[in-house]
Design a protein around this ligand. Structure first.
Ligand SMILES: Nc1ncnc2c1ncn2[C@@H]1O[C@H](COP(=O)(O)OP(=O)(O)OP(=O)(O)O)[C@@H](O)[C@H]1O
Ligand SMILES: CCCCCCCCCCCCC/C=C/[C@@H](O)[C@H](CO)NC(=O)CCCCC
Ligand SMILES: [Ca+2]
Length: 544
């Protein structure tokens, strides 16, 4: 479609055949939509109206009408019609997307060519769409359906959208990560992982690691300014929790995720770096959990054969064991962000809080850079006995917990929500866990504290004692439990950190949130009409 003077793009309005009738079809390239309308008055069952943003058109194809289609209605007496099918994103309930299609026809060959050319040009103008993707499939994630899901549900959509792919079916853990250090990454417009959170984590480590290596950044330095990773990752959910996909798309559904990749969505994501004694351990985007979630994960690793059910089994077992852990948490509050973890509003597509926070952080870094200053903002220190310490970079909503561990956490605001669940009774802890699944405020308990932070450190009592050379009471002779109260739940051993579903070797860690370090093929969770709580600029301004 040629541009009009002044950069304007034209409007095509035609009467085209659809089914047995003629419809008024409009392509408004300037405003970016395709619409088709039944011109009959509503009382004659007309007036139906469909509307698709051009950014959500997947493909257009020439179509051969079959005998039956050609013989219906008015075409039978006319010359052979020309037809084309437009494939587009059809939005269903609960953030589910499907590939819809509509076939238009006309007898005028010139009109047909005009439509085909205009639609094809419009598709070519969608510059953020990927053309060539590198795909990693974990055949053993979740219910071991990754390969089938990709082949049956995703590959046909990619080929419809003319996306070419190089597919690697992983043969061992860390295959994708290692491979990302070797491939010619510039060949690709994105990387897709088919699997769960663990598989995503592998791909993310490969990409961020590769980026730092190529830029000469030492990942072992906890204060190193990491280089942003601009190559987007797409997640096709085929794991056990699929929390990252659910929290960034609103549903864990392979077709929906494939369509977000095809239309070239982009959602920046905060990433936390985790260090121990100036040694890099891992990055995290969803949950860093010590105590309950660490113990659940550690136990569940031995039960991988159970598939996703292993988390329910190990979760129940960990809940019954009711272990708590002593330690010290120090953190720097995130003062740059407008939101707070107790907000009623959630992070949604185009989130204003995320945009503002990013600007604010960039300004702070610029000022600090000019003055060559270190970030010396205050640290708060909390010592205590905890059943769980959870740091989440995003809400961590997933099918097990639809609103997540911190419903108001933001995807890209440069902060994490640090949730401290202190020692309490089993019944109270159960009440807390139940609130992960219902609408009640999970922070409204005297034993739960939540802080929005930009960095934190944790040391367990055990490692503090070891460092100060205090003998660890009865550890060797009496196993891991308290010598004085063998029946109590005081555990003098350490828990392990659950880092996006992987265990960490060290309990003492240093964590820093890196604002928008990477990007996903997603757009955040879209606002629904009934989603009144979603942030808009005006709601934030009113609260200032
Ligand atoms: N071919 C393979 N053989 C064994 N392990 C693999 C292979 N490919 C990937 N992995 C590892 O499997 C681990 C788990 O995979 P994945 O995250 O896909 O599923 P999951 O653990 O069931 O789901 P979730 O992480 O959502 O709970 C990942 O950490 C990944 O490193
Ligand atoms: C009485 C009912 C109480 C039920 C409470 C259920 C609470 C479920 C909350 C789930 C929160 C998941 C947070 C995301 C963690 C992922 O990075 C990680 C890897 O996939 N998954 C787990 O660790 C899996 C963790 C699963 C724990 C059960
Ligand atoms: Ca965040």
């Amino acid at each position: 479609m040629e541009e009009l003077p002044g950069g304007r793009r034209p409007r095509l309005v035609s009467t085209l055949g659809l089914g047995q009738r003629s419809w008024e079809v409009t392509l408004d390239a300037e405003r970016g939509w395709l619409a088709w309308r039944d011109p009959r008055p509503p009382r004659r069952r007309g007036g139906e109206n469909y509307f698709v943003p051009t950014s959500e058109i997947i493909a257009v194809e020439e179509t051969e009408l079959n005998e039956k289609q050609r013989n219906i209605g008015r075409w039978q007496k006319m010359a052979k019609p020309h037809a084309f099918t437009v494939y587009y994103v059809k939005k269903d309930r609960n953030h589910r997307w499907r590939c819809g299609d509509v076939t238009f026809s006309c007898v005028d060959e010139y009109l047909y060519d005009q439509w085909m050319q205009a639609l094809k040009q419009l598709l070519e103008m969608q510059r953020s769409r990927p053309k060539h993707l590198l795909v990693y499939i974990n055949p053993y994630g979740g219910k071991r359906q990754g390969k089938r899901i990709y082949e049956q549900k995703v590959a046909p959509l990619f080929s419809l959208a003319s996306i070419s792919t190089d597919v690697v079916i992983t043969e061992y853990a860390n295959h994708a990560k290692d491979n990302l250090f070797e491939v010619n990454i510039n060949k690709y417009d994105g990387v897709v992982c088919v699997g769960g959170d663990g598989m995503f984590s592998e791909v993310m480590h490969g990409l961020i690691g590769r980026m730092q290596k190529d830029s000469g950044i030492d990942q072992n330095n906890p204060k190193a300014p990491l280089v942003q990773c601009n190559i987007r990752i797409g997640i096709i959910p085929a794991g056990s929790t699929d929390c990252i996909c659910y929290s960034t798309v609103g549903i864990s559904d392979p077709v929906t995720s494939a369509l977000h990749i095809i239309v070239g969505d982009c959602q920046p994501l905060d990433v936390s770096s985790v260090h121990h004694n100036n040694t890099f351990l891992k990055y995290s985007v969803s949950l860093l959990g010590y105590g309950f979630y660490g113990d659940t994960l550690k136990d569940s690793e031995k039960k991988r054969w159970m598939g996703p059910m292993r988390y329910d089994y190990s979760g129940l077992k960990t809940f019954l064991s009711h272990h708590y852990y002593e330690g010290t948490i120090s953190f720097q509050p995130a003062k740059h962000t407008l939101g707070s973890p107790r907000d009623k509003d959630s992070c949604r597509t185009g989130c204003y809080i995320c945009k503002k926070s990013e600007q604010q952080l960039a300004e702070q870094h610029k000022e600090r850079g000019l003055k060559h200053e270190e970030d010396e903002e205050e640290w708060k220190v909390i010592k205590g006995k905890f059943l769980a310490i959870n740091s989440v970079n995003m809400s961590c909503s997933c099918p097990r917990s639809p609103k997540g561990l911190s419903p108001a956490a933001h995807l890209a605001d440069g902060s994490a929500d640090l949730i401290l669940v202190r020692k309490c009774s089993r019944l109270d802890f159960l009440r807390y866990l139940v609130r992960h699944r219902n609408q009640h405020d999970q922070f409204d308990f005297s034993f739960v504290d939540v802080y929005r932070v930009k960095s934190f450190q944790f040391t367990s009592k055990l490692s503090e004692d070891n460092e100060s050379n205090v003998t660890v009471i009865g550890k060797k002779r009496f196993g891991q439990f308290c010598r004085d109260h063998p029946a109590c739940c005081c555990n003098i051993a350490n828990s392990t950190w659950n880092c996006d579903g992987e265990t960490l070797d060290s309990s003492a860690i240093e964590v820093r949130v890196h604002c928008q370090l990477m990007k996903l093929f997603a757009r955040g969770i879209e606002k629904n009409c009934n989603d009144e709580a979603a942030y808009s600029q005006s709601s934030v301004e009113q609260s200032l």
